[in-house]
Design a protein around this ligand. Structure first.
Ligand code: NAD
Length: 489
């Protein structure tokens, strides 16, 4: 498929697609061709103000927060069904806007997107507090109430799924919201906004305002009338968002940030499985994954054979047109990211790592980079420390369990980790010693709607997915009353 009709290019505010107040637009680019796909209405501060004011009205006076949970459940289930019914169109938008592989986004990511709405639909009518017996002659209960108007700031690597991970729990909790998709991938969020209206979600509850980080994004994080912010993106921008929240109305923020995750392969591991998961953990979505296991530590006894097998797979990794079902590797999402990955590769070579395969762009047009493998990587090299967010694997050799734990933890990040071993003692020791939000034993990318996801250290805080995701969108109120004349006092 080479062309596609793009139906929605305007801001979605109060249930309508509207131009931006300034009339400005920005281009969204097809990373396969470097051609402009569409001109998108550019939201700025005044558009965010408008979206917040309708979300505020929908929260303070509208039906959504006041509906019984089952009312919200029905809308979320309907939205999930609509996503499934429109999966080809959504998948196509993700391919042309972000270079994602069609079959993978259709059958995995978008299936997960609709299931995320179903998961939180199931939670919408089960949000409840506790009954307390206080020490004095009082009784009390807690109410879990929606926090109010929330702002969601989303990156470009998994636009529909991130939308669901933020919007579904916020809707289930009864919040109203303003969503800013990445300026690189605005199309799917606008399409999902259109589906949300069809699903019966009242006007003003979901507002989608595409725009740039420094204008629209900053207007969200500093807004005095937004009650909580959920941000996914880089650590550096996460810090800015937190600062803005602190300097405005002290709104709580949840930050899902970057990573540089260790993937540790021990001598006794099933080597073919270990190679397979190294590939899955690094080349899925062209390596544009926060959880990528980019620091591949291999114990010395199997290091050379591991590298040989990994090289063979990477050399023949099917790369090219993301609409081709056989393709596993398409273009990087955008020009800036493409240039960043190439510059990291250049630094790897300059700093003395061994380039085993890849390292170059390919194709006559588009942001394509070969799957790239480095060995002899030292812990202080740039490629060992910086998040690359592309198809680049670095292999490190290690000797002992104690050594690998120390080196794996020697990072400012703490998002995910992988352990490949048949030895239960190694698995137990390492999993308890690693400072990261996820440990995957004999697998990798074990992301699931029911599994809380989030970071340690500078990979952020707060959890998405799992029932824990609701916590960011709810407040706890304690209601107490004296009990008079009770024979049970
Ligand atoms: P980014 O930080 O550049 O942008 C993320 C979002 O923030 C975009 O919508 C952007 O417009 C907005 N933004 C930029 N500047 C802003 C500002 N000053 N104020 C408010 N908003 C602003 O990140 P990216 O390049 O879009 O995404 C890649 C990063 O996201 C990587 O670091 C990756 O690890 C991270 N990520 C993390 C997770 C996770 O779950 N931990 C998931 C996916 C991506």
């Amino acid at each position: 498929m080479t062309s596609h009709e793009i139906k929605f290019t305007k801001l979605f505010i109060n249930g309508e697609f509207v131009d931006s107040i300034s009339g400005h637009t920005f281009e969204t680019i097809d990373p396969r061709t470097e051609q402009v796909l569409a001109n998108i209405a550019e939201g700025r501060k005044e558009d965010i103000d408008m979206a917040v004011s309708v979300a505020r009205e929908a929260f303070d006076n509208g039906p959504w927060p006041r509906l019984p949970g089952e009312g919200r459940r029905k809308c979320l289930l309907k939205l999930a069904d609509l996503i499934d019914e429109n999966v080809d169109e959504l998948a196509t938008l993700e391919v042309i806007d972000g270079g994602k592989q069609f079959a993978s986004v259709k059958y995995l990511e978008l299936a997960n997107t609709s299931e995320t709405f179903r998961y939180f639909a199931g939670a919408a009518d089960k949000i409840r507090g506790a009954t307390l017996k206080m020490s004095s002659s009082m009784q009390a209960y807690t109410l879990r109430e929606p926090i109010g108007v929330v702002g969601h700031i989303i990156p470009w690597n998994a636009p529909s799924l991130m939308f669901a991970m933020k919007v579904a729990p916020a809707l289930a909790a009864g919040c109203t919201m303003v969503i800013k998709p990445s300026e690189n991938t605005p199309l799917s969020a606008l399409f999902l906004a259109h589906l949300s209206k069809q699903a019966g979600i009242p006007d003003g509850v979901i507002n989608v305002v595409p725009g740039f980080g420094k204008t629209a994004g900053a207007a969200i994080s500093s807004h005095m009338d937004i009650d909580a912010v959920s941000f996914t993106g880089s650590t550096i921008v996460g810090r800015t968002v937190m600062q803005a929240a602190a300097e405005s109305n002290l709104k709580p923020v949840a930050l899902e940030l970057g990573g540089k995750s260790p993937y540790m392969v021990f001598d006794d591991a099933d080597i073919d499985k270990a190679v397979e998961f190294a590939v899955i953990g690094n080349l899925t979505n062209k390596g544009e994954m926060c959880i990528a296991g980019t620091r591949v530590f291999v114990q010395e006894g199997i290091h050379d054979i591991f590298v040989e097998k990994l090289e063979a797979i990477m050399k023949s990794w099917p790369s090219g047109d993301p609409f081709d079902v056989a393709t596993r590797h398409g273009p990087q999402n955008n020009k800036r990211q493409y240039e960043k990955v190439l510059s990291c590769i250049e630094k790897g070579i300059k700093e003395g790592a061994t380039l085993v395969t890849g390292g170059k762009p390919f194709g006559e047009k588009g942001y394509y980079i070969e799957p790239t493998l480095f060995t002899n990587v030292k812990d202080d090299m740039t490629i060992a420390k910086e998040e690359i967010f592309g198809p680049v694997i670095s292999v490190f050799k290690f000797k002992t369990v104690e050594e690998v734990i120390k080196r794996a933890n020697a990072t400012k990040y703490g998002l995910a980790s992988g352990i490949m071993t048949k030895n239960i003692d190694i698995a137990n020791t390492v999993s308890r010693s690693i400072r990261a939000g996820a440990v995957w034993i004999n697998c990798y990318v074990a992301i699931d709607r029911d599994a809380p996801h989030g970071g340690y250290k500078m990979s952020g805080f707060g959890r998405e997915q799992g029932l824990e995701a609701l916590d960011h969108y709810l407040q706890l109120k304690t209601v107490a009353t004296p009990i008079y004349d009770s024979p049970w006092l």
